[in-house]
Design a protein around this ligand. Structure first.
Ligand code: SAM
Length: 661
């Protein structure tokens, strides 16, 4: 039975919060039908989670409500360090030590080890006499930090204080950040998107982009992963800037920078601020205003889907009117644009959904109109703690029509013209279309003469509003009829369904004009699917909303011929490469070009399709024939084959009709 879930039920089914559901819709993992969700689609997601295809999705799923904590061991270099971090985190939790106090004491621990705090006596450490500090910058940082976190004096005889100050911390570049991440509740991390970036990814974004005197910024620096990477290249720490809304993270980032430049006395330029608020020209200390048009290079992994309170969100939205989606990574791209110098560069870690989800067309248009994309690297799902595919995108402030975008997809490197993105519907970044694809696409457009655009009728399946109430397995009643859902559709024909309905349109929440269901011939297709799957129907069948309807009206193009193309490897390849989506959308299908056909071609394809409707067997003959029609050579066919990640079964099926025109 086709089941629809409410948001609450869907959240329960996937064991995630309702806020995560909202986020997943925004990132294109889930489709909401008037705030309802199809069980089929939820099942696909659940399977992906269970198969580990969506990394840690299940672990991360319930984050925004979660009180859970975990050690981010992917940031830790050795097993020994993991054990020590576990030990210290257990100690802090067991003794109910406040996070900020614990981190502060551990910072003192490190500054004592480096010789920045010159006394070993605890009472002297807490006297804050300048003589006991080697650098004024360290003194100022510690002094300010101390006064922010402690309401009274610290009892330096306290064993807990001594334990943390004397603990033999393992050597890790951002040990305080690691401990902080391990103590933070998942819920808190999720709300601000506080998942820090693994070092190898950080390094790959920074490498090659800095001169020793560049002025650089991470506008949401967390505990300073990027800041520390800048420090490897930049001589003067005063050229390194970091902003973050999380004060504890800011204090750790400052500590990290001071520990890195041990022999320079300086005040770290790391500020606690909401980077997305409009700068205030009257406020001398407002970094969002003061540092506009300042930086040579800005790089970060911005928060994705961060949640801000209502008032803050209104202010942010007013500051970035061009961003309708309310997506935090989009706000950060716009803000970084303002902070960059002319011709400055930003390099961001982003979810792949920025390239192809319709909601993000706002930021794509912003980038295309004001910037030059220099490089996109497809990282896939290699991030351990991120559930979606990840890319990095390097963008220059200012447009340069002559330059091309370098795309790196594993071992494959290719160039794309930015104008291609601008010409795409919804400014889609079709990053998977490489040079070879481009040539194949050119052949396709050359041979393609017609499309379904303006020459087809479309309809959505029925949303009953309560499938439990309206759908039945019993078909004894004479008024009852079959109704099909997505999983009842296979290429070319419908499977037998055991779902029935008494069709009274006015009872249901959403029904297409009845004549669409009752058309004498129509195609029914899966709405959520990794392949194009179209079935022929001449039984006037009803469908639920996981199964949509297409009635092709291309003059001289029989419906079965249209279906032959839609189910072919060729169309599947085009769809995957160009749109890379598991939602089969009308607007996308309408863009695929069909070739001009002779009557002989049409008869031949119709006959093949008839055989496939009868007996859903190997489609080699059909695929092969369609390749011929587009004049694709063997190597192009092989390319398509490998792009689809399938080997065509090269078994030519004996045909029951003669010619091969
Ligand atoms: C994904 S983490 C990235 C941290 C660091 N850039 C890295 O890559 O490791 C996102 C960071 O954004 C910060 N953040 C979220 N919203 C912010 C805002 N409006 N202004 C400044 N920082 C913000 C969070 O506190 C968190 O540290």
């Amino acid at each position: 039975m086709e089941t629809l879930f409410t948001q609450k039920e869907a959240a329960h089914y996937l064991n995630i919060s309702t806020t995560s559901i909202t986020n997943w819709i925004r990132h294109g993992y889930l489709t909401s039908y008037q705030n309802q969700f199809q069980k089929d689609e939820l099942e696909i997601l659940k399977n992906k989670i269970e198969l580990g295809e969506i990394n840690r999705l299940n672990k991360r799923a319930n984050k925004s409500k979660s009180k859970g904590k975990f050690i981010p061991d992917e940031y830790i270099s050795s097993r020994e360090s993991v054990t020590k971090v576990q030990e210290i985190v257990t100690y802090i939790n067991a003794n109910h030590i406040k996070i900020d106090q614990a981190i502060f004491l551990l910072a003192l621990n490190l500054f004592r080890k480096t010789g920045d705090i010159t006394t070993l006596k605890l009472n002297e450490v807490f006297n804050f006499t300048k003589e006991n500090y080697r650098r004024e910058g360290v003194y100022n940082h510690i002094y300010e930090w101390f006064h922010k976190i402690s309401s009274g004096t610290v009892d330096y005889h306290n064993a807990k204080v001594a334990y943390l100050i004397d603990y033999d911390l393992p050597y890790e570049l951002d040990i305080l950040g690691i401990i902080y991440q391990s103590i933070l509740h998942e819920g808190d991390k999720s709300n601000l998107g506080s998942y820090y970036t693994p070092r190898n990814v950080v390094q790959s974004l920074v490498r090659g982009n800095l001169k020793c005197d560049s002025k650089v910024l991470d506008p949401c620096c967390g505990t300073g992963q990027f800041i520390l990477s800048f420090a490897e290249y930049i001589k003067n720490p005063n050229n390194i800037y970091g902003f973050d809304i999380d004060e504890k993270a800011v204090n750790i980032a400052k500590t990290n920078l001071l520990l890195f430049y041990r022999d320079i006395d300086f005040e770290p330029q790391i500020y606690c601020t909401n980077s997305l608020l409009a700068g205030n020209s009257d406020d001398l200390f407002d970094v969002n205003y003061k540092y506009q048009n300042t930086f040579d290079f800005i790089t970060t992994n911005p928060p994705w889907g961060a949640k801000y309170d209502k008032k803050t969100l209104v202010e942010i939205k007013n500051n970035f009117k061009e961003i309708k989606s309310k997506e935090s990574f989009s706000f950060f791209i716009c803000q970084s644009y303002r902070l960059l110098k002319k011709n400055g560069t930003m390099n961001f870690v982003l979810p792949e959904s920025i390239t192809n989800v319709k909601t993000h067309s706002d930021i794509r248009e912003f980038i295309l109109s004001k910037c030059t994309i220099q490089k996109i690297t497809i990282l896939g799902k290699k991030f351990k703690n991120v559930f979606s595919s990840v890319i990095t995108m390097q963008i220059k402030k200012g447009t340069d029509i002559k330059s091309s975008i370098e795309v790196v997809n594993k071992d494959n490197k290719y160039l794309i013209e930015q104008t291609r993105f601008s010409n795409n519907r919804h400014s889609l970044f079709d990053i998977y279309v490489d040079q070879v694809d481009k040539e194949i696409f050119m052949k396709i457009s050359k041979e393609g003469s017609v499309s379904l655009a303006n020459q087809s009728d479309w309809a959505l399946g029925i949303v009953t509003g309560d499938n439990k109430k309206f759908i039945t397995k019993e078909n004894g009643d004479k008024d009852i009829e079959s109704i099909y859902k997505g999983s009842d559709i296979q290429p070319f024909s419908l499977k037998k369904t055991d779902n029935f309905i008494h069709f009274i349109p006015e009872y249901f929440q959403q029904v297409a004009p009845v004549e669409k269901y009752r058309a004498s011939e129509k195609l029914i297709y899966k709405f959520i699917s990794s392949n194009l799957v179209f079935a022929y129907d001449n039984q006037k069948s009803l469908t639920l909303n996981s199964a949509n309807i297409l009635i092709p009206k291309i003059p001289g193009y029989p419906i079965k011929v249209v279906m032959g193309f839609l189910n072919s490897k060729h169309f599947n390849y085009y769809y995957k490469k160009k749109f890379n989506s598991i939602k089969i959308l009308r607007g996308d299908i309408e863009q695929i070009p069909f070739p001009k056909l002779t009557d002989i071609n049409k008869t031949y394809i119709s006959n093949l399709v008839d055989e496939l409707i009868e007996n859903n067997q190997n489609t080699y003959n059909l695929d092969n024939y369609i390749f011929e029609l587009y004049n694709l050579n063997n190597s192009e066919r092989e390319h398509i084959e490998s792009s689809l990640d399938v080997k065509f079964k090269k078994v030519q099926i004996k045909l029951s009709f003669r010619e091969f025109p």
